[in-house]
Write a protein that binds this ligand. Sequence first.
Ligand code: 7TS
Length: 405
Amino acid sequence: MTAEDKRILEDFTLLKNDKTIYLDSAATSQKPDSVLKAVEEYYKKNNANPLRGLYDLSVRATDDYENARKKVAGFLGAKSAENIIFTRNATESLNLIAYSYAIGTLKPGDEIVISIMEHHSNLLPWQMAARTTGATLKFVECNENGILTAEDLKNALTENTKIVAITQVSNVFGCENNIKEFAALAHEAGAVFVCDGAQSVPHIPVNVTDLDVDFLAFSGHKMYAPMGIGALYAKYELLEKMQPFMYGGEMIEYVTRESATYAEIPHKFEAGTVNVGGAVGLSAAIDYINKIGFDTIEKRENELSTLGINLLKEIPHVHILGDTNPLNHHGIITFTVDDVHPHDIAAILDSDNVAIRAGHHCAQPLLKYMGVMSTARASFALYNKEDDVRAFAESVSKLRSRMGY
Ligand code: 7TS
């Protein structure tokens, strides 16, 4: 363990104390103590129902919540805090776009274009929107290494394309799509561009203004924040056209028996009592990322991906999905082993305390397209170290013999 490994591990009590070699950060990350402390401090010092109270404690809770919104806006390079809507997670953010934007704007004959590598959360909302409006859902396919080209996207776009929704980093391949170029193509075709940032925002600097995306969805829990908090970035002129997603308290201005006027953007899209503790935790997670710096995060994750891929390549009967370039994996290695079911891979690795994911990774159409039913996936974050990757590869190397081959 290097001095830097040790220093970073000090920040994560669970990892320091637990025997688990945690390689499932694409599912959810572990949380640094600074995030846990910020949430605890909020509940110990400032907890009240925000946004409606006229007393000091509620004003403090409101300030915590709105400061977290400003922090997210700054982190993503958004023009204003009004561009940020707090949600539970990326899934809710994507559903918000589908319900509040897509359903209100799409007509029969319109087209929604997504890629074959989308997580179900960036697929099912569009299936629903297409079903509801009579629009058509179209897929752009990637090559066998998970590469999606601008040319492929361009060929799928027509004058009927109204929404293009694509992930920035695939949760299966770990590869990064050229979102800036894709968004420009969508705009040329007269469509809005939705970016699923669930797997990118935790790992690379993402600037929504530079990328010129219309919407970006992400989850806090994959980026060192608590579960139950996420956000949607949206351009203001689009938010102005959108209907509320959910209706009830906190999102209204004035209510009569028959009708209501709604609160200003962004509160119009945040019905019910909001998750202040989560927002405070997300804000602390952003502070933590900024303190470490994306340079360090990317460097460590790239080193771990490179080591993992190089070690796995040496093991007979192991097949790695995705780009042959380890630098295009963003801490994700998805693989299969001949004759061993991914669930057995995960169970055997677990007996060596190595925690990985096995299954379809909520990307069933992609796995079908790739001709596999199920795969195993190791995913790394800042707190992983070379020893973790070596233990993982060692365990994988013994899999087949332990299965009796
Ligand atoms: N989009 C992508 C690209 C994802 O990887 C995930 C979650 C989501 C959206 C949904 O995020 P949520 O926080 O709303 O659930 N991906 C995974 C995964 O790969 N393993 O577990 C969850």
